[in-house]
Write a protein that binds this ligand. Structure first.
Ligand SMILES: Nc1ncnc2c1ncn2[C@@H]1O[C@H](COP(=O)(O)OP(=O)(O)OP(=O)(O)O)[C@@H](O)[C@H]1O
Ligand SMILES: [Zn+2]
Length: 511
């Protein structure tokens, strides 16, 4: 399916790599839920490729930090393009981290690649597929590639505007002469700046050369942006097919609205505002419930549905753990049925995800497995619960957690997880407890008035039980991983490694 590299002459084995390029945001405003939807959906796809199918994805993303909208915004705000774009680029990256999107291996800014873009355009001109006009613009010559233009998307007409010096109205700009007051770069055609499409062809080629496996972006980018990228890149590399797979995500709309959520339409909800009401896990669940290619309606109702699905899974995991510990008494579990359902689910999930990443089918199979698990774990008010089957219940929990973890949804807040997560609160509580104990101990240890300063001080006999209680508390807490050390009249405390390990183990920095 993807680029295969044979390595190591002695032991010939195949490593599977996938070169992925994605069109990044144009950074002149806040990132919104439309961006979140596109980048989270592709993040889920990348996790599936990596973790389920064992394909290492090398992902590069461009940041569009120069274009007409950026220039307009800078004029409106009287701010320099560098300041404006760095501010929103930074915010975009932080938002992506909050949504737990695995960052690309490299982000590349257009403004730092203009020299590459100029060289790229020169080569396209040399290859006979572009021309410069007397105005100082450079256009792609669509007629030079015959009927290849439009093969990607079909017979859509380009709406390119620009100089009347164009050979064909469909020809699109590779280089635009700069207008007065606009940012510019020197080039063989005079002062100007790159067109939009050429930035992606150049940046992708500068990282991956002449072959790309996956190119991703929202469906609005399919035409003319990706059609034009293909024309330019194949004209530059003089190849028959530059990219193997274009993946386009459907648009996020506010429910009831026809137009997509977008910066320019000012109909957006920022990622930060969204995260005040919902979690990154809930947004992922919302994304999983539709195919990445489909449009998606955002509403309170659809978010509540995502939240409820997550809660169902979470409740099951908690019940399952209580059952495994013997705290939940149920009728005998139908073990064979659960093993069968588990195997069935594994096959369905694998097949669904191999079929153009059908996440709603896979998620529905997982929720169905949760349903069967829950049916078996109905609490019994009477009975001994002697016949127990913790292993199969544990197998269900492990598989369900593993799959959601693969999708980027954190380990559910089961009771075990909560104990680990509450580490910080625990520290504050232990600190208060240890201080209180210290005061009591200090009080109990204070010598009787008039007792000799030489030799062992004489304690008040009625305070000795307090001292004993302090010792008992210390001895009881030690096996729980809380070690109090009495040092003379004062004390110190620490949490042992056994207690501290949890949160570190839980951190997921891998792909
Ligand atoms: N509502 C949306 N739904 C899904 N994907 C979106 C949405 N809006 C933008 N994207 C995708 O996010 C990526 C970055 O887009 P871009 O920065 O151009 O966003 P935008 O808000 O549409 O901006 P503009 O209004 O300036 O066109 C693109 O792949 C784009 O297709
Ligand atoms: Zn692009």
């Amino acid at each position: 399916m993807f680029t295969c590299y044979f390595s190591n002459l002695k032991k010939c084995y195949i490593k599977l790599f996938c070169f992925r390029y994605s069109c990044g945001p144009t950074v002149y405003d806040h990132a919104h839920l439309g961006h979140a939807c596109s980048y989270v959906r592709f993040d889920i796809l990348q996790r599936i490729l990596t973790r389920l199918f064992g394909i290492t994805v090398i992902h590069a993303m461009v940041i569009t930090d120069i274009d007409d909208k950026i220039i307009k915004r800078c004029w409106e705000e009287n701010i320099s393009p560098t300041i404006l774009t760095r501010m929103f680029e930074d915010e975009f990256k932080k938002d992506m981290l909050l949504l737990k999107v695995v960052p690309p291996i490299v982000y590349l800014r257009v403004t730092e690649n203009v020299h590459h873009i100029v060289t790229f355009i020169e080569q396209i001109i040399r290859n006979g597929h572009a021309y410069a006009t007397s105005d100082g613009d450079v256009y792609f010559d669509i007629q030079s590639i015959g009927d290849r233009y439009g093969r990607f998307i079909g017979a859509m007409q380009s709406h390119e505007t620009g100089s009347s010096n164009k050979r064909d109205p469909r020809d699109f700009a590779l280089w635009k002469k700069s207008k007065p007051q606009e940012p510019f770069w020197d080039s063989p055609w005079g002062r100007g700046r790159p067109g939009w499409h050429i930035e992606c062809s150049t940046v992708a080629s500068s990282v991956f050369g002449s072959q790309l496996d996956i190119h991703s972006g929202g469906i609005d980018l399919a035409f003319p942006h990706h059609e034009n990228e293909i024309a330019q890149s194949e004209a530059y590399h003089q190849c028959g097919q530059w990219c193997n797979y274009f993946l386009h995500s459907g648009h996020l709309h506010l429910k009831g609205r026809a137009e997509k959520m977008s910066k320019s339409l000012k109909n957006y909800i920022t990622i930060k505002d969204f995260l005040k009401s919902y979690s990154a896990n809930e947004f992922r669940m919302f994304c999983l419930l539709t195919k990445y290619r489909s449009g998606i309606d955002y509403s309170e109702g659809s978010m509540q549905e995502a939240r409820a699905s997550l809660e169902t899974v979470s409740t099951f995991i908690n019940s399952a753990q209580a059952y495994m510990k013997g705290q939940l008494i149920t009728a005998p579990v139908q073990e064979a049925l659960l093993w069968d359902k588990l195997e069935e689910t594994k096959v369905t999930v694998q097949t669904a995800l191999a079929d153009d990443f059908d996440t709603p089918r896979a998620t529905s199979a997982l929720l169905n497995l949760v349903y069967h698990g829950n049916c078996q774990l109905q609490p019994l008010s009477k009975g001994t619960g002697d016949a127990r089957s913790p292993a199969v219940v544990g197998a269900l929990v492990s598989y369900i957690q593993e799959l959601f973890h693969m999708f980027g949804i954190d380990t559910f807040k089961n009771t075990e997880g909560q104990a680990v997560e509450s580490g910080q609160d625990l520290e504050a509580v232990v600190d208060q407890l240890a201080r209180f104990r210290s005061e009591v101990r200090g009080f109990a240890l204070s010598p009787q008035e008039g007792s000799s300063k030489m030799g062992k001080p004489k304690l008040y006999p009625d305070r000795v039980p307090l001292l004993k209680a302090c010792d008992t508390l210390r001895d009881t807490l030690a096996p729980l991983g809380i070690v109090i050390k009495d040092r003379g009249a004062s004390s110190t405390w620490e949490l042992t490694q056994r207690r501290l390990k949890g949160p570190e183990e839980n951190q997921d920095t891998s792909q």
